[in-house]
Write a protein that binds this ligand. Sequence first.
Ligand SMILES: *Cc1c(COP(=O)(O)O)cnc(C)c1O
Length: 463
Amino acid sequence: MSVHSKEEVFSNLDDEVFGTSFLPRPLPKYRFPGQESDPTAAYQLVHDELLLDGNSRQNLATFCQTWVEPEVRKLMDECIDKNMIDKDEYPQTAEIESRCVHMLADLWNSPDAANTQGCSTTGSSEAAMLGGLAMKARWRTKRQDAGKPSSKPNLICGPVQICWHKFARYFDVELRQIPCQGQRLHMSPEEVLKRCDENTIGVVATLGVTHTLQYEPVQAVCLALDDFEEERGLNIPVHVDAASGGFIAPFIHRSVVWDFRLPRVKSINASGHKFGLAPLGCGWAIWRETGDLPEELIFRVKYLGGNMPTFALNFSRPGGQVVAQYYNFVRLGREGYTKITQGCADVGAWFADEVKKLGMFELIYDGRGGIPGCTWTLKKSQDHFFTLYDLADRLRVKGWQVPAYPMPAKRSDLIVQRVLARLGFSRDLAGLLMEDLQRAIKHFQTNPSPKSLSRQSAGGYHH
Ligand SMILES: *Cc1c(COP(=O)(O)O)cnc(C)c1O
């Protein structure tokens, strides 16, 4: 005798996921659902909704990693339950984090790489906050020791990523941002010096500016600050935001001196999840030498067992990204990173050359000497039947995400378009994008965009 009657079991069985009673109803959106639902069906609905997200591999706007090796997926899965903060419970994950810190300090030429301090973070933004906070604390101590006021800190930078604006606002620091001017789209030593005073906590130079992909002149800025110190007696430290460049320059631009080889560079941040090739959620902050990270910022958490120093904005945080980062270091080494990064740079340079050949664009960055990729604008000297925003929209039809945006302050009249050449954006995919770009231009030749036409009739397009 069976425990169930066959009919009863069958009538309760869902034939397949789209045949359930759950699916014809819309998903709950504003009210916390009262009832539970079948995991298969719930999964299917959530999964399907995500179909509307863009395809990350065709997202040429992001600097972040969108392709990982199967081994990375495996390690991420194995680490899904590991909390980075529980250093006593998961000592090996903590050990791996510490190895990465020293390997990066070595990669960036710290004079004491095996002993210096640093930490993993959720990304460059958190790492930038920590770098900024350390600069602010060092400056405050110096001022207080000298019996001087410490209520008006300022930080000097060029066209920085949004995280530095956040740092300034959240932590009450005046951001003295050097505006772009004419052809100069980055900081220059002269412009930095104009803004320095006794309340300057530091200068942030960006190795790989978000808007153009080019490096800021870190060495020239450091040398100018050396002279400034000699003349004025003010010792101003430099933090390098090497979100992308920290994992590019050491491999393919070895003659660019930007890191701890410059004694004035006291701290560096980088995004493991950009050209560090780790999955999303991995950043690094490294200090030149132990003394460069003020002791007052370090917390020693005892209730997890042991006594582990931490400097972070988060508490709980996934451990897999750090483990995957270590895997990348072991798996690739300098040799592998150099090959991959050079491959990306070659694709970026090729794409830049092709864009130039089209004749209607002016390259802002030709794909050489900075982050793999390229940046361009429309030539001012001729009429166009589209704007870069139209072009971005048209490319979206084929799934490509190629952003168009204005440059920051004082050059917001300059609209640029940018392509990032990351691991996984092969020469073949770049070729397909180029074909679609050409098709889009042809489309506008027969269907001029209304925006560009009105601009021409208004005469605003001629210079
Ligand atoms: C991406 C980026 C950041 C922010 O990094 P996240 O890792 O996304 O937090 C900061 N600075 C620069 C120059 C960047 O390119």
